[in-house]
Design a protein around this ligand. Structure first.
Ligand code: ADP
Ligand code: MG
Length: 696
C-alpha cells in the first residue's frame, strides 16, 4: 500500500474498519440501518459504540462529540470525555449505545426562528449512520441530526436526508416504468468545487473589517487587478503549494476525496474540487473542508477567506454544486444512454429537471440567498440572480426538434419517437461551456453555480432534491396509468418542453439584454435576499415541502425568519465596523495628513513668501472636502443604523438594510477610498489592496 492509501480515511470509522471491528451479525444489522434506514436495537448500538470507542482511543482520541449542523451554517460540537469513575477512585473509558444514538446539547443558543420558546430550550441530536464517524482534534465525531423536543428540525442535515428519501421514492417509481426492477436505491450525488482566498495572516490581523466581517469594507482599487488573467491556473508559489499539500493530507485522513487544486481568476484566489459522493456525505465533507482550509491556513501563516466577496472590484468566490443521481447498480441517471429505452429515460429525467427549475426558480434563488452572496450574484464572473438552464447546442437542437415534431436533421431524417428511437449522440464534454449560466448541464450532471463560497451546500441540495422528487412524482402518476406508455411518454416530454422552455438560455447571462429578455419571458429576477425570501412561504412552496414531508409549515416560517435575521445582523455588524474604522483609524489618519500638509505650507511660507504652495493647498482643499463628505456619510450611517434596529420585525428591517443602509455604506466607502488615494502610504492605517492581493 502506498502512503496515500494508508493515510486515506485513517481517521474514519468506515466500512473497512466496521467490518474488521464488529462481530459479523452486528455489522450486518448496522449495514441494514445504513442502507435501508432500519432502526437499530440497543444491543447492536452498544456493541457499535464500544467498537468505535476502542478504535478511537487506539487513534489517540480522549473525547467524543455529536457533530451537527445547526442553522448557523457552520458545524457545532460539544465534547464529552470517555472517562467514567470506577469504584476504586480510578477511571474506566466508556461509551454506550445510548450515548452514540442520542445527545442533548442545550439548544437555546442556536438559531431557531421562533420554533422553540427559550424556556423549552431542549433539543436533541440523533446519530446519522449514513455518514461515517471520524476523529478530529483527538475527538471522536459522530455525525448527527439536530431536532427540538417536539421533533422540529433545527439543522441542515435533517431536511437534506428527508429530501434524499423523497427523491429516492419517486425515482424508483420512474425506473420501474422502464423495467429496472433490480434498482433498490437512488442516491443523489454531489461534487462541489470550493473557491477561497489565501492572504498573509499578519496583514489580515491589521484589518478590523476582515477580522469582524470577513470582507474588506474599505479599500481603493490597486493599479493592477485581475485584468491580465495571469493568475488563473498559474503556477503555484511554494507557500501556497505547501499549504495545499498539507490540506489535502489532512482531508484525506478524514476520507474527504480532495482531488484538484488550482489557482483561480483573482489574485490570491484558489479552488479545491473533491471527487463526488452522496449529497449527505458531500455536505459533511464540504463543512470539514471549509473548517480545515481555515485551520491549516494558520499553520502556514495565511488566513483563508471564504467570504463571497472579500474584495470590491475583484472576482468573488463561489461553490459549484455538481449534482446528479445514481442507482445502487452504479448507473448515473443523467448519463445519456445508448439504447432507445435509456434515452427515453434520460430525456424524461432531463425534462423533469427543466420543469422543476422553471417552476421553482424562487426556491433555488432562496437556497443561495445570504447578505454576503448578494454582493456576488450579478457581479463580475458570477452568475446573475436570474435562474436559467444551459443545455448546450446539441441538446437544445434535440429538444427543439422533439417539441416541434420535426426531424433532428443532423442525424435523422425522420421525427424521433421517444422510447423507440435512439437519441442522436452529442458531444459529452463540450469545451465551449457556458460559464455564465447559473445552472448548466455538463454532459452527465448539472452544475448549479449560484452557491456562495461560505454557504453550507445542504440547503441548495435539499431544495434541488425535493423539486426533482415532485416532478418525478407527477410524471410517474401520469405514466403508471397510461394505456400506451410510449405515446404518453412522447406527449409528456413534448408538452413539458413546450411549457417550460423559457427557462432554457444559452447566451451570455451577464449582459443587460439577457435581463430584459428574461423579464419578457416572465422569469424571476430576485436581486437581493430580501427580494427573494418572501417567496419561501408562498402557497406553492408550502405545498411542495409539506407534501414530500421535508418541512412542516412552522419549520418553513422558522427558516425564513432565521435567514432574515441573519441578513439584518450581518449588515448591522458591517455598518458598525465601518463606523468604528472610520472614527478610530481613517479619520485620525487623514487629519494627521492634513496637519502635516498645513505644517508644510506654513514652514515653506516661513522660509520665503515667494513659495505659492498651490499644489499643497489644492490637495489640502480636496482632502478637507472629502473628509467632510466622509464624516457626513458616517454620521448618516450611524443615525440610520440606529433607526433601522428599532423597527419591529426583521422583515421591515431587512428592507431598509438592503437599500438605505447599503447605500450609506457605499457613500462612506467612496469618500474614504478616495481619501486613501490622496494619503501617503505610511499614514494609511491598514494594509491596502496591493498588500493584501499581491503578497505571496
Ligand atoms: P468539469 O470539468 O466538468 O468541471 P470535473 O470532472 O472536474 O468536471 O468535475 C467537477 C466536479 O463534478 C467534481 O467535483 C466531480 O467529482 C463532480 N462530478 C462528476 N461527476 C459527478 C456526478 N455524477 N455527480 C455529482 N458530481 C459529479
Ligand atoms: Mg466546474
Amino acid at each position: 500500500m502506498t502512503k496515500i492509501q494508508e493515510t486515506f480515511g485513517s481517521l474514519v470509522f468506515n466500512d473497512t474498519v466496521m467490518r474488521s471491528k464488529l462481530p459479523k451479525d452486528v455489522y450486518k444489522k448496522l449495514k441494514a440501518t445504513i442502507n435501508e434506514g432500519k432502526t437499530l436495537d440497543v444491543n447492536v448500538a452498544n456493541t457499535v459504540a464500544n467498537a468505535m470507542k476502542d478504535w478511537a482511543i487506539e487513534k489517540g482520541a480522549t473525547h467524543y462529540t455529536h457533530w451537527f449542523q445547526p442553522m448557523t451554517g457552520i458545524t457545532a460540537e460539544k465534547h464529552d470525555s470517555f472517562i467514567t469513575p470506577d469504584s476504586n477512585g480510578g477511571i474506566i473509558l466508556e461509551f454506550s449505545g445510548k450515548e452514540l444514538i442520542k445527545g442533548e446539547p442545550d439548544a437555546s443558543s442556536f438559531p431557531n426562528g421562533g420554533l422553540r420558546a427559550t424556556f423549552e430550550a431542549r433539543g436533541y441530536t440523533t446519530w446519522d449512520p449514513s455518514s461515517y464517524a471520524f476523529i478530529k482534534d483527538n475527538t471522536l465525531c459522530i455525525p448527527t441530526a439536530f431536532c427540538s423536543f417536539d421533533g422540529s428540525s433545527l439543522d441542515k442535515k435533517t431536511p437534506l436526508l428527508r429530501s434524499m428519501q423523497a427523491l429516492n421514492d419517486q425515482a424508483l417509481r420512474i425506473l420501474k416504468l422502464f423495467g429496472h426492477n433490480d434498482v433498490t436505491r437512488v442516491t443523489t450525488t454531489v461534487g462541489c468545487e470550493q473557491e477561497y482566498f489565501l492572504i498573509d495572516k499578519d496583514l489580515y490581523e491589521q484589518r478590523e473589517d476582515l477580522k469582524l466581517c470577513g470582507r474588506t469594507l474599505y479599500g481603493a482599487l490597486p493599479p493592477k487587478g485581475q485584468e491580465l488573467d495571469d493568475h488563473y491556473f498559474g503556477m503555484l508559489d511554494k507557500k501556497a503549494s505547501d499549504y495545499m499539500r498539507d490540506l489535502d493530507e489532512e482531508l484525506w485522513k478524514l476520507g474527504v476525496l480532495a482531488k484538484t487544486e488550482h489557482k483561480e481568476v483573482a489574485p490570491r484566489q484558489f479552488e479545491l474540487a473533491p471527487v463526488f459522493t452522496s449529497s449527505n456525505i458531500a455536505t459533511d465533507h464540504n463543512q470539514l473542508t471549509m473548517e480545515f482550509m481555515k485551520k491549516i491556513a494558520k499553520k502556514h501563516n495565511f488566513t483563508c477567506l471564504l467570504h463571497e466577496k472579500p474584495f470590491d472590484g475583484i472576482n468573488g468566490s463561489g461553490k459549484h454544486n455538481n449534482w446528479s443521481m445514481s442507482t445502487n447498480t452504479g448507473v448515473n441517471l443523467l448519463e445519456p444512454g445508448d439504447s432507445p429505452a435509456e434515452n427515453a429515460q434520460f430525456l424524461l429525467i432531463l425534462t423533469a429537471l427543466i420543469k422543476g427549475v422553471d417552476e421553482y426558480q424562487d426556491l433555488l434563488r432562496i437556497s443561495v440567498a445570504t447578505a454576503s452572496n448578494d454582493h456576488r450574484l450579478g457581479a463580475n464572473e458570477a452568475p446573475p440572480a436570474i435562474l436559467s438552464i444551459h443545455l448546450g447546442d446539441e441538446l437544445n437542437a434535440i429538444l427543439e426538434a422533439i417539441e416541434k415534431g420535426v426531424p433532428y436533421n443532423k442525424t435523422f431524417n425522420k421525427v424521433m419517437e421517444i422510447g423507440v428511437d435512439i437519441l442522436p449522440s452529442f458531444p459529452k464534454d463540450t469545451t465551449d461551456r457556458n460559464r455564465t449560466s447559473p445552472f448548466a448541464f455538463t454532459g452527465n450532471k448539472f452544475e448549479f453555480r449560484m452557491l456562495g463560497s461560505a454557504l453550507s451546500i445542504a440547503c441548495p441540495n435539499l431544495m434541488l432534491n425535493t423539486i426533482v422528487a415532485e416532478e418525478l412524482q407527477q410524471f410517474a402518476d401520469i405514466l403508471e396509468t397510461a394505456p400506451d406508455f410510449n405515446k404518453t411518454l412522447n406527449e409528456l416530454i413534448r408538452k413539458t418542453i413546450k411549457e417550460h422552455k423559457r427557462i432554457i438560455f444559452s447566451g451570455n447571462g451577464y449582459t443587460d439584454e439577457w435581463v430584459k429578455e428574461a423579464e419578457k419571458r416572465g422569469l424571476l429576477n430576485l436581486k437581493t435576499t430580501i427580494d427573494a425570501l418572501p417567496y419561501y412561504t408562498s402557497e406553492k412552496n408550502i405545498r411542495l415541502f409539506t407534501k414530500h414531508k421535508i418541512f412542516t409549515v412552522d419549520e418553513m416560517y422558522s427558516r425564513k425568519e432565521i435567514l432574515l435575521e441573519n441578513y439584518c445582523k450581518i449588515i448591522h455588524i458591517e455598518a458598525l465596523t465601518m463606523i468604528d474604522m472610520a472614527k478610530k483609524q481613517i479619520l485620525p489618519a487623514v487629519l494627521k495628513t492634513q496637519k502635516e500638509m498645513t505644517d508644510l505650507i506654513l514652514n515653506k511660507k516661513a522660509v520665503c513668501d515667494c513659495f505659492d504652495c498651490s499644489i499643497e493647498i489644492e490637495t489640502l482643499k480636496k482632502m478637507d472636502a472629502l473628509t467632510k463628505e466622509m464624516v457626513a456619510a458616517m454620521t448618516r450611517l450611524e443615525e440610520e443604523n440606529v433607526k433601522v434596529d428599532a423597527l419591529p420585525t426583521h422583515e421591515a428591517q431587512g428592507k431598509v438594510y438592503a437599500t438605505l443602509i447599503l447605500e450609506c455604506m457605499a457613500d462612506l466607502r467612496k469618500a474614504a477610498d478616495t481619501l486613501e488615494t490622496l494619503t501617503p502610504k505610511e499614514n494609511w492605517p491598514m494594509p491596502n489592496y496591493t498588500d493584501l492581493l499581491f503578497t505571496e
